[in-house]
Design a protein around this ligand. Structure first.
Ligand code: PLP
Length: 448
């Protein structure tokens, strides 16, 4: 459907436009290359469109300004880390206040119980622990699951993403064998020893794998969000829950992204019943913080371990984990954001965003689709997939790069690695309308 020669020519023109518009970012990128691997503090920051990343000056609400004075509508929001919007005043004030009163003491304070109670109110699980990141939280939960079941393996869904957790950086290879995901750096052991991968929306495959009896837990997002949005078929999540109970495996629901469904994530909205629940990224309003919850039955079994004299070398927790600054951030964030009233604004805007994209898909007769999940929406270059492998097969790196660069050259930031938009309480219909017209112009440039 897309003429590759035309795409390459249009991309080159956009690249030049980007370079011309960003002299200060270019200079900062050149300087940073002198001391930082790839010129960035974290390797993913090389994945932005353009031959260098835009360096940001300040971010507020749904917008940020770069060092060249250009303002952008931010639909990436730190890939969900800033889903609340940037620099939320209540969070900034809470951080400032706490920073003056001590950041880290390895002692609990008055915010700790407030945070636990609020997490219970939102997500339903009665007992909580903090982590620094969702990756951390997932690692801790996998340890607990193996500890409780005495089983070695973790089941994940093909093309999932749960952070830099060795067991989860896997896909189903030829003949369904678990293999390392391409790009995964230095896996320590053959991942087939630690992980079982099955296709999303395939209950037969789930049952076949669980029936072997070596799976400690199933770790899943209730809808895949990291290989495009793949929604669960009706009955799939209930089926996984029933099968995990039948075969004695624990169910871990990772809502780090699917919090976009509502204030209690998909767990509250769809009445899921996980044994463990993981959430990171946005609960600190941008400040690194994550949490994991568990049922009372799980907590009771874990208590002897958690009060053991060797807890400091248990592989769970960390020196800075649960620090006062993170707790203050979570308390402020959950007090003033990600509430019903916020989602009542964000979700309709995501619907508007998806409708705008769909209108162009229809107008140009493209075999693409746009999918919405709460406050998140994403377009993908194929009909709606039922599993991660179908979605992955439709990846088009050249087209992705062009669409992202075209958008950034017109004041719109999309999430890298995806064609995804996340709507915050600060976005407006005008922001969405801007994306709708910029998206249409991009397609028109490729098709006319
Ligand atoms: C579902 C899910 N879980 C966990 C993570 C890991 O989050 P972090 O990189 O903040 O540790 C991600 C990151 O994208 C995610 O999408």
């Amino acid at each position: 459907m897309i003429d590759r020669q035309r795409l390459a020519t249009a991309h080159a023109a956009e690249e030049q436009r980007f370079i011309d518009a960003h002299p200060h970012s270019a200079r900062m990128a050149q300087q940073a290359r002198g001391s930082l691997l790839g010129g960035v503090p974290m390797a993913w920051m090389t994945r932005w469109p353009g031959s260098f990343p835009v360096f940001f000056e300040q971010a507020q609400g749904a917008r940020f300004t770069d060092v060249d004075g250009i303002e952008y509508v931010d639909f990436c929001l730190g890939d969900t880390g800033a889903m609340t919007g940037h620099a939320v005043p209540e969070v900034a004030e809470a951080l400032h206040r706490q920073a003056q009163r001590g950041i880290t003491t390895m002692l609990p304070n008055a915010d700790a119980a407030w945070v636990g109670e609020e997490l219970t109110r939102r997500f339903g699980l009665p007992v909580w622990q903090m982590a620094m990141t969702a990756t951390d939280a997932n690692r801790f939960v996998l340890r607990f699951a193996r500890h409780l079941t005495g089983r070695p393996k973790v089941m994940v869904f093909d093309w999932c993403y749960h952070g830099s957790v060795d067991e989860t950086l896997v896909i189903a290879g030829p003949n369904g064998k678990t293999v390392s995901r391409s790009g995964s750096i230095g896996p320590q052991v053959d991942p087939a020893l630690t992980s079982v991968v099955v296709p999303f929306n395939d209950l037969d495959a789930v049952e076949q794998a669980l029936a072997v009896g070596d799976v400690a837990c199933v770790l899943m997002e209730p809808a895949l969000t990291n290989i495009g949005i793949v929604l669960p078929d009706p009955g799939f999540l209930e089926g996984v829950r029933a099968l995990t109970r039948q075969y004695g495996s624990l169910l871990v629901i990772d809502e780090t992204h699917t919090i976009c469904v509502g204030p209690g994530g998909a767990t509250a909205a769809w009445r899921l019943e996980p044994d463990f629940f993981v959430i990171g990224k946005t609960i600190g309003g941008g400040m690194p913080a994550a949490a994991y919850g568990m049922t009372a039955a799980v907590a009771q079994q874990l208590m002897p371990t958690l009060t053991d004299s060797s807890i400091d070398v248990s592989g769970v927790g960390g020196t800075l984990t649960g620090n006062a600054l993170a707790l203050a951030a979570v308390r402020a964030t959950l007090s003033c954001s990600l509430r019903d009233v916020d989602f009542a604004h964000m979700i309709p805007l995501a619907t508007e965003w998806a409708r705008g994209v769909q209108a162009t898909i229809d107008e140009f007769g493209l075999p693409w689709h746009v999918q919405q999940l709460g406050a998140r929406a994403e377009y993908w270059f194929c009909p709606p997939p039922r599993n991660g492998a179908d979605a992955a097969a439709a990846c088009d790196a050249e087209l992705d790069a062009f669409m992202h660069l075209w958008a950034i050259n017109r004041g719109i930031l999309l999430t890298p690695f995806h064609n995804m938009a996340l709507l915050s309480p600060y976005h407006t219909s005008d922001d969405v309308a801007l994306h709708t017209s910029v998206f249409r112009e991009a397609v028109q440039a490729l098709r006319s």
